[in-house]
Design a protein around this ligand. Structure first.
Ligand SMILES: *[C@@H]1O[C@H](CO)[C@@H](O)[C@H](O)[C@H]1NC(C)=O
Ligand SMILES: *[C@@H]1O[C@H](CO)[C@@H](O)[C@H](O)[C@H]1NC(C)=O
Ligand SMILES: *[C@@H]1O[C@H](CO)[C@@H](O)[C@H](O)[C@H]1NC(C)=O
Ligand SMILES: *[C@@H]1O[C@H](CO)[C@@H](O)[C@H](O)[C@H]1NC(C)=O
Length: 488
């Protein structure tokens, strides 16, 4: 650094400019983020849209088309993939009218208002084996009807249909991508969908999760999940694979190619790494994975079977505290940002600043709920109180090798109580626990373990108000009805 002094100022500025240009040039390859909303306390949509822009994302993938979200995306310049949840597939499949209405209300109106909708994701991983085939009959007809509705609305060229699928829809009988093909139980269905996507100019969207492979298979070679090239290579003809992403992606390309669709565009709908809730889920590994992936796709080289740019959406933008933990405790911790919009680690997405926090986040008071120091750990009321708190709030950061895994028993209990208290907007009643708990102004956070303070949510408040109001209306109606009946 010393040699830069003297005329260093200008030289450093020039170097910074050059490296910025290089980053910008490399970063031209667009990167997207998934914006899920299974949260008890969502950040305001305008705040999230600003976050996306401030952090260099240029596209966003949604799981629905909520008004608040869509309104915030107006004139944002961000490209948008809207989603139709699985529970609407049956309706979309059986009613052309419903499909037309969905497109009119959730696509056309927003396109007219300046939202850059590029894709409609019909369903979300509908063929997951855990769904027991519930959506096998309805997914394709729903795709077809939504496509017709888009054409009818005059959006056929501007907005394409796709269907985000888990990578379990294809497989290879060996470790080699070239042995890839679609899963046998849905092979014909996959070909019907793939042909339709190909005919209509759509894209195949696939979610790829090396983390899940590592989570479910204790013998999975850890290095193979990452992009450093440190793992034992898999040689497949002239191609060599040192990371699971490339091999998995190319297994799909082989499956497509084998069935005559080798040129179908592919979108990586979800890719990412969680930061808590499992021994392999932490900020350091998440940073390593996501940065490795970004660096990998920024080269523009693609994979051996599909050279060129990779179109991808990171999973996920923000933690979601109300996701089901049936897949595992990590499920609520996929965010690059915490529930309140703080970056969990640094990532260079093409913006030279790195990640920046959400702006103007409003917090509740600096108050926490903790176990009363006077309570004995032998108190028999404790176990029920803890399970009550954990079942309704979030204790997924407690456990073996998690962010709060090293807490002593008292702090552990406090964590559970505080989680419940914050989730209930610091309501005094929510720090009762049969008088075992008390509030404190002193932050109990230590090391990696964060005792959060909840954010203010305007919409939650108005939702409650509306809720109460609709109760009044209902009561009023009932009273009127009774009056009518008694007069007739
Ligand atoms: C539009 O999308 C929202 C949110 O996903 C949904 O609740 C609504 O029913 C949709 N509109 C129609 C007409 O289907
Ligand atoms: C799938 O089937 C299994 C076993 O038959 C059952 O336990 C599970 O609840 C089913 N899941 C769904 C989503 O229907
Ligand atoms: C902390 O709490 C979790 C969840 O309630 C529990 O599984 C774990 O055993 C507790 N650890 C200690 C040290 O008490
Ligand atoms: C709504 O009603 C519930 C009881 O039904 C009450 O506890 C709550 O405070 C009310 N919320 C508002 C915002 O008035």
């Amino acid at each position: 650094m010393g040699s830069w002094s003297g005329h260093g100022g200008a030289a450093a500025a020039a170097a910074a400019a050059v490296s910025w240009l290089c980053l910008a040039a490399v970063g031209v390859e667009a990167i997207g983020a998934n914006w899920g909303t299974q949260t008890s306390h969502p950040l305001p949509p305008d705040t999230v849209v600003q976050m996306l822009k401030d952090n260099g994302f240029d596209r966003v993938k949604l799981f629905d088309a909520e008004d608040g979200t869509m309104n915030a995306l107006k004139k944002s310049g961000l490209e948008v993939m809207v989603g139709i949840p699985n529970d609407l597939l049956a309706t979309m499949a059986t009613s052309m009218k419903a499909a037309n209405n969905w497109v009119d209300q959730n696509v056309s109106s927003f396109v007219n208002d300046g939202v850059k909708i590029r894709y409609v994701a019909v369903g979300n991983e509908p063929f997951l084996e855990t769904y027991n085939g519930s959506f096998l009959q309805t997914t394709f007809p729903a795709i077809r009807n939504i496509q017709s509705a888009l054409v009818r609305a005059g959006l056929g060229t501007q907005v394409k249909v796709t269907c985000p699928l888990n990578a379990d829809v294809y497989q290879s009988s060996t470790s080699k991508p070239s042995d890839g093909d679609f899963r046998t139980d849905i092979h014909d269905l996959m070909l019907t969908i793939v042909k339709f996507l190909s005919d209509t100019g759509g894209a195949f969207t696939v979610n790829i999760y090396p983390f899940i492979s590592l989570y479910t298979d204790p013998n999975f070679p850890v290095d193979y999940a990452f992009f450093e090239g440190n793992s034992q290579p898999i040689v497949d003809g002239s191609a060599t694979y040192t990371n699971m992403f490339d091999a998995n992606y190319d297994t799909l390309i082989w499956a497509l190619k084998k069935n005559g669709y080798g040129n179908l565009p592919v979108i990586v709908g979800e890719i990412g790494w969680p930061t808590d809730g499992d021994e392999h889920a932490n900020a350091q590994l998440a940073q390593q994975f996501n940065q490795g992936f970004l660096k990998h796709i920024a080269t523009g080289q693609g994979t051996p079977m599909r050279p060129g740019p990779v179109d991808a959406y990171l999973f996920s933008l923000i933690d979601e505290d109300e996701k089901s933990i049936q897949p595992g405790n990590f499920e609520r911790h996929w965010g690059i940002f915490t529930y309140d919009g703080l970056p969990k680690y640094q990532l260079s997405l093409g913006s030279p600043r790195g990640l920046v926090r959400a702006k103007n986040v409003k917090y509740l008071e600096k108050k926490w709920c903790v176990l009363k120091p006077s309570v004995s750990l032998a108190d028999t009321r404790l176990p029920d109180s803890i399970s009550y708190a954990c079942s309704l709030a979030d204790c997924t950061s407690l456990g073996y090798k998690t962010s709060c895994g090293v807490l002593d028993t008292r702090s552990n209990i406090s964590y559970a109580f505080n989680s419940f208290y914050q989730k209930n907007d610091q309501d005094d009643v929510a720090c009762g626990f049969s008088n075992l708990a008390t509030t404190t102004g002193q932050d109990p956070s230590t090391g990696t373990c964060r005792f959060g303070i909840m954010i203010e949510v305007d919409s939650a408040f108005s939702w409650k108000l509306q809720h109460n109001r609709s109760n009044y209306f209902l009561m009023l109606l009932l009273v009127l009805l009774q009056l009518c009946l008694s007069f007739s």
